[in-house]
Design a protein around this ligand. Structure first.
Ligand SMILES: [Zn+2]
Length: 250
């Protein structure tokens, strides 16, 4: 085989791997998103509990403020009661005292219910926290795994591209252009081995197309760049892998 064809086979090995790795890199963001979305859905209920706890606590603070105000007003009316001048004033103040008492009692009931709700929610959060934390740790580990994978892939790609540059420099410009054009449309698989059959015929191993004896013989000589009529890949022949057929053909 010509040294240039050998170089093209080496390039193909590199390019196939480069395509695999870049495909992998392209797929990673969608995989990350899927895991994150799934986690967000699973976590929504738990995070909803935390939100409802926060809002219940805020509500509780407001009720305590209202209670303090009503109690102050209530005390003021009770003090007013000592200073009433007539029955009309007395009746008015008594009404106010009753009204604030009712309001205070309603607020106290609400505060109690709220306290129960807060305690129940706190308990549910405590119960569910380990599972949630575990799931979050799992997701974090998966994300760290992706980060690590990207780094490994990037460094392998860098190394492959470096090697490719060296090998490509040893191939003639014309051959490289033909190779590159085919490789780009076939995810790097630009080369196909021609395999011999009994009777001196051969076949393209990529598309299984039969090769005319003259074409196969030219491929075996390995001087020219010969492309499969059917699949357009560059054909090469490796005698050592085809010894029995080669022996019977000659
Ligand atoms: Zn073919």
């Amino acid at each position: 085989m010509s040294p240039e064809l050998l170089k093209l086979i080496q390039l193909q090995d590199i390019d196939v791997r480069v395509f695999e790795l870049t495909d992998r890199l392209d797929a990673i963001p969608a995989e990350r998103r899927q895991i994150e979305d799934q986690f967000r859905q699973q976590a929504a209920e738990y995070l909803g509990l935390e939100e409802s706890l926060a809002s219940a606590r805020e509500h509780r603070v407001r009720i305590d403020e209202d209670l303090a105000n009503y109690e102050q007003t209530h005390e003021k009316f009770k003090a007013d009661l000592m200073r009433v001048q007539n029955t009309k004033e007395y009746a008015t103040v008594i009404r106010e005292i009753d009204a604030t008492k009712k309001a205070i009692s309603a607020l106290e009931t609400e505060a109690l219910q709220l306290m129960e709700r807060i305690e129940a929610t706190e308990k549910e959060i405590t119960d569910r926290a380990p599972e949630f934390d575990e799931r979050r740790a799992e997701v974090d580990a998966l994300m760290a795994g992706f980060d690590k994978e990207v780094k490994v892939v990037d460094s392998e790609l860098e190394e492959l591209r470096g090697r490719r540059k060296v090998i490509a420099a040893e191939v003639s410009g014309n051959m490289l252009r033909v190779y590159d054009r085919i490789a780009q449309t076939r995810k790097g698989r630009a080369m196909s081995e021609a395999r011999g059959e009994i009777g001196g015929k051969g076949r393209c191993s990529a598309c299984n197309m039969a090769l005319r004896p003259q074409v196969f013989s030219d491929i075996r000589r390995g001087d020219d760049l010969i492309v499969c009529d059917n699949c357009n890949r560059i054909l090469f022949y490796r005698p050592e892998q085809d010894a029995p057929a080669e022996a019977s053909a000659s």
